[in-house]
Ligand binder design. Structure first.
Ligand SMILES: [Zn+2]
Length: 506
């Protein structure tokens, strides 16, 4: 569902408010959320400075919303939570955005929704307020055990007046500025012998990613991020090679162009100044299943999505999501990285990256990790190229502000020790220096400074990127540090501080 194309007003949500509003005034001292004589209990509450946060998969939240005829959806790929009611009314929360939308109307949120261990947390009281329910009070909920006093019966829509035309909020804020979104203006399909050229016209800058499903499915699609479809949905035929071209607005400001292919045809993607050109040809059988890049002036500055961003030192990276930090815990799954005894690099990097994430989220940043558990990002036992590119894809496709990869160093003997921060592109240096400064000042570890090296994950990130080799697992003193939770916390603090320092001066 399109976040921006939903009308305001839901008979069911308002019906709910009539029933529960009455009950809430009668017994404000108790947890007032319940149906069919059962109380709704929120099992995942986390206290934030702005109020209680609830996980989007909390059973209590789902029960509450379900009883109002709605549903809760967490879209991890697109980083938003939708609470949908018939009508339709959609309340949408985007991770890292301290506003939420009811239909197309923006409201300030108690705090920016955040992700922890793969679960999206949203402001509970904003959901309750949208449902016209009283705010949740910890004291009141504690005072009233979940199994006590019966509650009013189920809500019946039959005896409720039609929904009034006034929105639930008296002073709606303006919608998000449309000029920040790229506009997909149309699609032109040209069928030639042996190939089909599909031109997607786009104004503005942004990032895209494409995917294809393996044979025999052969579906292929490209998502244009931070974009709005300026035309009606498009359905077109592409001749023998492309049986259908479909263009649709997706949630979270994404426009999807999907191709139905009768076979595993070669699909080439070429971004340009005014859009993206896709050429489908019957020459070669395609192997890749996904890719990403940027379009608009940032794409043409780099000449080709495959070219190293370092090839164009004059081009300044413009993040489409300037509040988003991507953290990359090195290795994972089938690749343990450096190992000594029972200590595996992949677990240390994950632990440190999670600590960095929590510190940044607490400071209001949106954070996406390339992995949040012990897994390969691309596939088990894949090539280094595929695995590392998949990590860059996470950052590139989202237009992140910067990318920091966390690793543990190792050598053939125990001599080398300490931390080093790697960079490669011109735009990486300031980030590496900011990280290195904080690591030097906050940790008493031997600091080997910043080192220029053509590391794949740094070089293929379109944004400023750096890789921290936190310590040598092969050195006994460093090995002891790596095993210490408090040291890993201090390293995480230094990395988080370095990231924030960089964003403040760049
Ligand atoms: Zn490593």
């Amino acid at each position: 569902m399109n976040r921006y194309a939903v009308r305001i007003g839901s008979a069911l949500a308002l019906a709910l408010s009539f029933q529960l509003g009455q009950f809430a005034t009668a017994s404000a001292a108790e947890n007032p959320y319940g149906y069919d004589g059962k109380r709704v209990v929120f099992e995942t509450l986390v206290q934030r400075s702005g109020g209680p946060a609830v996980s989007a998969d909390d059973p209590g939240l789902h029960q509450l919303v379900r009883n109002a005829g709605g549903s809760v959806t967490w879209d991890a790929d697109n980083q938003y939570v939708l609470v949908t009611f018939p009508g339709p009314t959609v309340i949408s929360f985007a991770i890292g955005d301290a506003h939420y939308l009811i239909g197309s109307v923006s409201h300030p949120a108690a705090f920016a929704p955040f992700v922890r261990d793969g679960h999206a947390f949203i402001p509970l009281n904003d959901v309750l307020r949208a449902l016209k329910l009283p705010a949740y009070s910890t004291a009141a909920a504690d005072a009233a055990p979940a199994t006590s006093t019966p509650l009013p019966g189920p809500v019946s829509t039959a005896d409720v007046a039609p929904a009034p035309t006034t929105p639930p909020f008296a002073t709606p804020m303006p919608s998000p500025q449309p000029d920040q979104l790229a506009q997909v203006t149309g699609v032109d399909v040209q069928v030639q012998p042996g190939s089909v050229t599909i031109r997607i016209g786009i104004t503005g800058n942004g990032a895209y990613e494409w995917h294809r499903l393996r044979a025999p499915d052969n579906r292929w699609w490209i998502d244009v991020h931070t974009a709005r479809l300026a035309t009606a949905p498009i359905d077109q035929n592409g001749g023998a090679l492309v049986s259908a071209v479909r263009v649709r607005q997706q949630p979270a400001d994404t426009v999807r162009v999907a191709l139905s292919l009768p076979a595993s045809e070669q699909v080439d993607v070429a971004p340009g100044n005014d859009g993206i050109t896709i050429v489908v040809s019957n020459r070669i059988v395609a192997a890749a299943t996904r890719g990403s890049g940027t379009f608009g002036s940032i794409a043409t500055a780099n000449a080709s999505p495959l070219a190293s961003p370092a090839a164009s030192p004059g081009a300044r990276y413009v993040p489409s999501n300037p509040r988003l930090i991507v953290l990359d815990p090195g290795h994972g799954g089938s690749d343990p990285g450096a190992v000594r005894g029972s200590l595996q690099e992949k677990m240390v990097t994950l632990d440190i990256a999670k600590r960095v994430r929590d510190l940044l989220v607490d400071r209001g940043w949106q954070v996406v990790m390339t992995r949040t558990d012990d897994r390969d990002v691309f596939a088990a036992n894949d090539s280094a190229h595929d695995e590392l590119q998949a990590r860059d894809d996470v950052a590139n496709s989202r237009g992140a502000r910067l990318l920091v990869s966390v690793h543990v160093n190792s050598y053939v003997n125990s001599g080398p020790h300490g931390v080093a921060t790697y960079y490669y592109k011109a735009g990486d240096l300031a980030l590496a220096q900011a990280l290195s400064r904080r690591i030097a000042s906050e940790l008493g570890i031997n600091n080997n400074g910043v080192i220029k090296d053509k590391l794949y994950v740094v070089n293929h990130a379109v944004m400023p990127a750096a890789l921290v080799e936190t310590a040598y697992i092969s050195n006994p003193d460093d090995f002891a540090l790596l095993q210490s939770g408090s040291w890993r916390q201090r390293m995480a603090q230094a990395i988080a501080d370095g990231i924030v320092d960089f964003t403040e001066s760049n």
